[in-house]
Design a protein around this ligand. Structure first.
Ligand SMILES: [Zn+2]
Length: 358
């Protein structure tokens, strides 16, 4: 049997089992013999955290554990990751009351006494199912900025939150910011910042301070859209004093017209007309955001808007519209609900926070 599928990486299996002996056995069987990438945890609460923050193809869980029953775990897993297959380990599948209670929720029941080869085969098909569902529900984020550091200032927290949910994240920076410092330095800084976020970087070479609203900007963004196939776009707001930012916004609206979710971030040059209606809590991402912005060391000395206390206090301010201590603010151009209306040039913006990286 094969433990890999699709992109060739081993299927990722999370085993939740409070009995260490059974846990070790499953880790050995699925990992060493099956070739899966297996993580074993004895704590259901830790398992939920793992599912929130990483990408998995299958969860294998025991029924009875201290702190949380298999039923409770299963219900919560369904809320966090509806398409992730969950297999429940049982002693006797057919005679267990718990099993009948779980019948509707679990994808499969694995009897602990089943022969190893049979267990591996079942896990293999569940992993394939999980992988297929994950790819079908693939989320790819493209953040588009005119200059190095624009995307990081406006949306690094949200991008880190997307990464935490296993989404692909790419950054497109249209110019190398030659007017703001040595070009080679800022290119290296952009790469470090993208690395800190876990994003792929597309660093283009349009002329700083004269980025056009038409071509070549539209063609440049379109090319990256073709490669990344984003489901979510973040870019500049139209409500911005800097012409490069406004033109990047306009070009992104054209190049990204097929994309279902489009949000505009705040730049230091945003005007008072920047009126966000989508807020992403970034309490867990603030540190990472500051780290990413810290990559632009050649600028932090000369640009006040890159100072950590300003980044932090801006996020602190926007948290009054979110449920945490720090937030990033976005104007909604389109969200998934209106995706089918995306042929319209300027659909009405949604009101209020929408489902997203919060
Ligand atoms: Zn800029």
């Amino acid at each position: 049997m094969s433990s890999t599928s699709g992109d060739g990486t081993p299927g990722r299996v999370l085993v939740v089992e409070d009995d260490p002996v059974t846990g070790r056995f499953l880790t050995y069987l699925l990992g060493e013999r099956g070739g899966f990438d297996v993580t074993h945890t004895t704590d259901p609460a830790a398992a939920l955290q793992d599912v929130r923050s990483q990408t998995w193809d299958l969860v294998v869980t025991d029924v009875e554990m201290p702190g949380m029953t298999g039923i409770q775990l299963l219900r919560q897993l369904r809320q966090i990751s509806p398409h992730l297959p969950v297999a429940v380990l049982t002693a006797h599948a057919s005679f267990d009351n718990v099993v009948s209670a779980l019948r509707d929720d679990a994808d499969e029941f694995l009897e602990k006494t089943v022969p190893p080869d049979q267990l591996l085969a079942t896990v293999g098909s569940l992993v394939a199912k999980g992988r297929a569902a994950r790819l079908a529900n693939r989320q790819a984020v493209l953040a588009i900025g005119a200059h190095p550091d624009d995307v990081e200032i406006g949306a690094a927290g949200a991008l880190l939150a997307h990464r935490g949910m296993g989404h692909e994240v790419s950054i497109l920076t249209l110019s190398r910011g030659a007017r703001g410092g040595p070009e080679s330095t800022r290119a290296g800084e952009s790469e470090m910042a993208a690395l800190a976020i876990g994003a792929d970087l597309y660093l283009e070479d349009l002329h700083d301070t004269s980025i056009a609203e038409g071509d070549p900007t539209i063609a440049t963004i379109s090319r990256v859209v073709q490669i990344v196939r984003p489901t979510v776009i973040y870019t500049h707001s139209l409500h911005d004093l800097h012409q490069d930012h406004r033109n990047t916004h306009q070009a992104a609206m054209v190049a990204g017209r097929e994309v279902g979710r489009v949000y505009c971030f705040q730049s230091p040059s945003a005007t008072v007309d920047f009126r966000p209606n989508h807020f992403v809590t970034i309490d867990d991402q603030l540190e990472g955001k500051l780290l990413a912005i810290g990559s632009f060391a050649s600028q932090t000395q000369v640009r006040d808007y890159l100072k950590p206390d300003l980044i932090e206090s801006t996020a602190r301010y926007w948290s009054r519209f979110s449920d945490g201590l720090y937030a990033e603010a976005f104007e909604v151009i389109r969200d998934a609900v209106t995706a089918s209306l995306s042929d319209a040039p300027h659909p009405p913006a949604a009101v209020g926070p929408t489902e997203g990286a919060s």
